[in-house]
Write a protein that binds this ligand. Structure first.
Ligand code: MTE
Ligand code: MO
Length: 360
């Protein structure tokens, strides 16, 4: 067993803070990602919180601010369980580094995404109990971890607009795959914002604040914004990232694999944010001239990724396999990483490619 209850073969991008993704082959085939395999993205040291002392503050534009225990949440609200995929905005960043280096950013492969079954209470129920005022336009979250990314250091935080915050699927979760949240995933309580970039699913949650404006936390106001290609990384002109754009990746075979002649099973995932459906996934063996459809497995819910598979006879020698998804609005992924390159290396949605050698 590796650090923080993770499998030994995690690709650890950094230990302080702990940032790790599973090898693609470990994600493949599991609709629900095992706990020891689920990726981890941290910005500071993992806080060690005593759940007995811990309290959640709900304040801001509410009539009855709350200061509540985990027990209050467990016993005072309707418990819900839901399957949702988390996807980091930095997922597949490695594919952008071939265009231009991105100093100081983790080179995530396709494994900065995973799917779990989450248990907790609906954020909207907690907001209703607090007497959310009609003028509240954004709900901000703050965690207990303090990151060194800013001067002075500040706790991790972010916000979501009110229409998403009061949607049924947004949870305050204390369990993951039926187990109590582990320290690395935000114990004792985290937010889960299905279909939105992972950064909005704030771990080690301490504060929920109803506001007129988005959170001014660094991770909302500065980082996690899609900047124009030529902008400086602290430029505020970026689009604040929210719903995850359509994406897909090949999980097996892995890049650089050698496969025997004969049929090769190609598998992967596709995901689209904010409840928009994945309608089709296809692969090409000839640089995008011809495409063949993959078979989509049934989804484990509207907020979960789709797994897909297709069997192909690869020609002898090296083949680049490319994958792309289409959604229910007939949008698809761009061909080239140059098209989507941005200074922080977020949301690389370009066709995913692996190079495979076929031969005896
Ligand atoms: N408090 C806090 N919450 C956080 C983070 C963090 O560093 N601190 N990282 C965010 C990011 S960028 C992602 S992608 C997800 C990752 O969740 P996981 O580590 O449980 O996979 O947590 C989000 N919530
Ligand atoms: Mo992230």
């Amino acid at each position: 067993m590796g650090e923080w209850g993770k499998r030994d073969d995690m690709c650890v991008h950094s230990t302080h803070p702990y940032n790790a993704e599973p090898p693609p082959s470990a994600l493949a085939g599991h609709l629900i990602t095992p706990l020891d395999t689920f990726y981890v993205r941290d910005h500071g040291p993992i806080p060690d919180i005593d759940p007995v002392i811990w309290r959640l503050t709900v304040d801001g534009l509410v009539d009855r601010p709350l200061f509540i225990t985990l027990e209050d949440l467990r016993t005072g609200f309707h418990e819900r369980t839901m399957v949702a995929t988390l996807q980091c905005a930095g997922n597949r960043r490695a594919g952008l580094l071939t265009v231009c280096d991105l100093a100081g950013e983790e080179p995530w492969g396709p494994g900065a995404t995973s799917t779990a079954s989450w248990t907790g209470v609906a954020l909207k129920d907690v907001l209703a109990r607090a007497g959310l005022r009609p003028q509240a336009a954004h709900i901000a979250f703050q965690g207990a971890d303090v990151s060194g990314d800013t001067t002075p250091p500040q706790p991790f935080g972010g916000s979501i607009p009110i229409h998403k915050a009061v949607a049924d699927e947004v949870l305050l979760a204390w369990a993951m795959n039926g187990e109590p949240l582990t320290p690395v995933h935000g114990a004792p309580l985290r937010v889960v914002v299905p279909g939105w970039i992972g950064a909005r699913s704030v771990k080690w949650l301490t504060h929920v604040t109803a506001r007129l404006t988005p959170s001014d936390n660094y991770y909302q106001a500065v980082a996690y914004r899609l900047l124009p290609a030529g902008a400086a990384v602290d430029d505020l002109a970026g689009i604040p990232l929210g719903p995850v754009p359509l994406n897909s990746a090949i999980l097996s075979p892995v890049d650089g694999a050698r496969v025997p002649p004969g049929p090769t099973e190609i598998t992967g995932y596709a995901f689209n944010g904010d409840g928009r459906a994945v309608a089709r996934v296809e692969i090409s063996l000839d640089g995008g001239h011809d495409w063949r459809p993959a078979t989509l497995r049934a989804a484990s819910g509207p907020w979960a990724w789709r797994l897909w598979h297709v069997t192909a006879d690869l020609p002898e020698g090296e083949t680049v396999i490319a994958a792309r998804a289409w959604d229910d609005a007939a949008a698809t992924q761009p061909e080239d990483p140059h098209t989507v390159w941005n200074p922080k290396g977020y949301v690389n949605t370009s066709w995913h490619r692996v190079t495979v050698a076929c031969g005896a």
